[in-house]
Design a protein around this ligand. Structure first.
Ligand code: SF4
Length: 138
């Protein structure tokens, strides 16, 4: 943990399985410290769609499409959120957390205000669940 902090990782939750903010500042199109100290989670991570390609559960094209759709939705969320001063410059996961908090609080006015954003977030989270292999609720 101390090493992670000294390397400038923005630690979100502490403990044995600590989380840090993504994208990490070492990400420059790919990991720029691949052969140096990295949190254990980095070494253990393997892209889920690519794992499915390796296990013949998806074609490469299907996996690529899933990733492209996810990145595109992420960009749409960031772009739409930038219309709201309160979300300007915020990372996608923080926007999602904030909008979901509004939803959970049942703030009807805010729900109307963020309506389009909420719909995008629902699509985005559904896509992430598909990628992670979490079945859809019926
Ligand atoms: S692998 Fe880890 S250290 Fe490297 S860019 Fe990704 S999150 Fe950062």
């Amino acid at each position: 943990m101390a090493v992670a902090a000294s390397k400038g990782f923005s630690v979100l939750t502490e403990g044995p399985g600590f989380n840090f903010e993504l994208p990490c500042h070492f990400f420059k199109g790919c990991c720029s410290i691949y052969d140096q100290y990295k949190p254990k989670v980095c070494n253990g991570y393997f892209c889920k769609p690519l794992k499915k390609v390796n296990n013949n559960k998806l074609t490469f094209e299907e996996a690529e499409l899933q990733i492209r759709k996810t990145l595109s939705l992420r960009q749409e969320i960031i772009s739409l959120a930038s219309d709201f001063a309160e979300f300007k410059g915020m990372q996608c996961y923080k926007i999602v957390d904030n909008v979901k908090a509004v939803l959970q609080a049942g703030d009807r006015e805010a729900m109307r205000r963020y309506g389009k954003l909420l719909l995008l977030i629902i699509k985005f989270e559904q896509l992430l669940k598909e990628i992670r292999g979490i079945p859809k609720k019926v």
